[in-house]
Design a protein around this ligand. Structure first.
Ligand SMILES: C[S@@+](CC[C@H](N)C(=O)[O-])C[C@H]1O[C@@H](n2cnc3c(N)ncnc32)[C@H](O)[C@@H]1O
Length: 158
């Protein structure tokens, strides 16, 4: 890609390229420490069971943490490169963990994969909201509201 070309954050190919080129400077190699600390120790931390989604999960460190804590964890990303790495690091789909390649804003694809309205107990947000086109932030909120069951929660690090 020529550096003068506009970058489309909405294109999976942009993110695939970043993972391939290693220009993924957000990568921590582990779950974000404040999220992990909160989930493991805070008195307000949500408890399993429940189905929890990590949108834009990248290499899936938060997804693996949620599974370890006892949730049914779903890592969603539209980058095939990211999910290939997530599978390599944390293993293939199983009862308690699922990788889903889809655009967060593709309602049909989400529903075909079982993410129906009110199908989630929780959502863990880590650097997906800031990675989408700012014009789509209301869509992100609408998607989260649609997917969460009544009483559902969103835990995010912003
Ligand atoms: C900055 S990275 C963060 C990855 C991971 N959450 C982390 O903290 O390491 C943003 C991720 O969101 C994904 N992403 C961006 N927009 C998306 C969308 N509309 N649907 C699904 N994934 C998306 C990208 O492919 C990328 O893996």
């Amino acid at each position: 890609m020529n550096s003068s070309e506009p970058v489309s954050l909405a294109a999976a190919s942009h993110w695939d390229q970043r993972y391939r080129q290693g220009t993924d400077s957000w990568e921590l190699g582990r779950p974000a420490p404040p999220l992990e600390r909160f989930l493991r120790t805070h008195s307000l931390a949500p408890h399993p069971p429940g189905q929890v989604l990590v949108p834009g999960c990248g290499r899936g460190h938060e997804v693996a943490l949620l599974e370890e804590l006892g949730f049914a964890a779903i890592g969603l990303d539209f980058s095939g490169e990211a999910l290939a790495e997530a599978r390599g690091l944390h293993g293939a789909d199983r009862a308690s963990l699922r990788w889903l390649q889809a655009d967060l804003f593709d309602r049909q694809a989400l529903e075909a994969a079982g993410l129906a309205p009110a199908s989630l107990s929780g959502i863990v947000e880590h650097t997906c909201f800031c990675a989408i086109d700012p014009a789509r932030r209301d869509d992100y909120i609408a998607t989260a509201c649609r997917l969460l069951a009544p009483g559902g929660w969103l835990l995010g690090l912003f």
